[in-house]
Design a binder for this molecule. Sequence first.
Ligand SMILES: *Cc1c(COP(=O)(O)O)cnc(C)c1O
Length: 400
Amino acid sequence: MSNQDQRPVYMDHAATTFTKPEVLAAMEPYFSRYFGNPSSLYRFAGEPRKGVEAARGQVAAALGATPGEIYFCAGGSEADNWAIKGVALANHKRGDHIVTTAIEHHAVLHTCEWLEKQGFSVTYLPVDKFGRVDPGEVEEAITGRTILVSVMAANNEIGTVQPIARIGKIARDRGVLFHTDAVQAVGAVPIDVDAMGIDLLSLSAHKFYGPKGIGALYVRRGSRLENLVHGGGQERGRRAGTENVPGIVGLGRAIELATADIEGHNRRLAAMRDRLIRGVLDAIPDSRLNGHPTERLANNANFSFRYVEGESILLMLDARGIAASTGSACSSASLEPSHVLLATGLPHEEAHGSLRLTLGDANSEEDVDYVLEVLPDVIGRLRQISPLTPPAGKKVQEAE
Ligand SMILES: *Cc1c(COP(=O)(O)O)cnc(C)c1O
């Protein structure tokens, strides 16, 4: 059986997703018939304005928030920057300390590192070997100077889901604002900002079958937050710039679709994921699963293969039509192993041999079959030419 003449197999849904036809259809009129600037006073502005406000309602409904707490922006990175810099700048008279984790997305980590250069202090909490944050350590890290706790809802590399509600309760009890990067969680984990004690939440449409370059920041009413993008009075004076109306409409439709049946969606993905994980670990010696055995995103499988190099795996898979990732998509241009895998205690060598396969609506059981056919062969070939592979006959060390 060969898949090579068929469509390629896309297993990198954590990097981005295709835009669903229903989403594209909802967006289309806002490029043409309803092209007006929503801030204008004439009738051309009416439909665009209605489209934006309907989308605000859809996003609010998906999070258990109110429409007045939703602010559209250019995506997950901007939402993370806005939440963290905005809280830091608005609250610096009260305190200068931020608590986050070692496994955040670079949009959070690099923002915190920048704030350190501006005089803030940041605690980067460790995680256990499965990538979980201990809520007790969040509690211990909070001081009288702490103004923000920022912990991602689900990790983009290893798929580990964090105990967000417990962390939210701790932050609330201590009177500290709680931000969560939920870019990977929306559509995968049910979210209720009140039940989870969330004050600020970042999301991005292109991670749940919406368009790229559009996202939103949820801000609990009354939270002290400085603006990030200055200019016109859009978004109730909080985020300047003419609205990306088609993008906003697409985001609204996409989040509605993504949260309509999270359980059913997860059931389908988890069945494929578990077959993939079992198949890979059974067929390939010296392989291990990274991330949490159960508290993980339904679409995420992340492996380490000893004696081989992640980039070589990607190239050989690509040659056979399979799109995957090693660590974060953003880090694939650098030679440093993933900060997330290192934080789980994985040695450099094994972090270098990592492979992330993230399933989604583009995948079928046949895709899983095809990967299970190709991957053992790819790893076998790479090990044959790898100087790290122990000589034949010598028993290799059992992987954990
Ligand atoms: C993709 C991603 C981001 C960045 O979102 P963009 O919309 O691409 O800027 C931030 N955090 C996490 C966890 C992500 O997966």
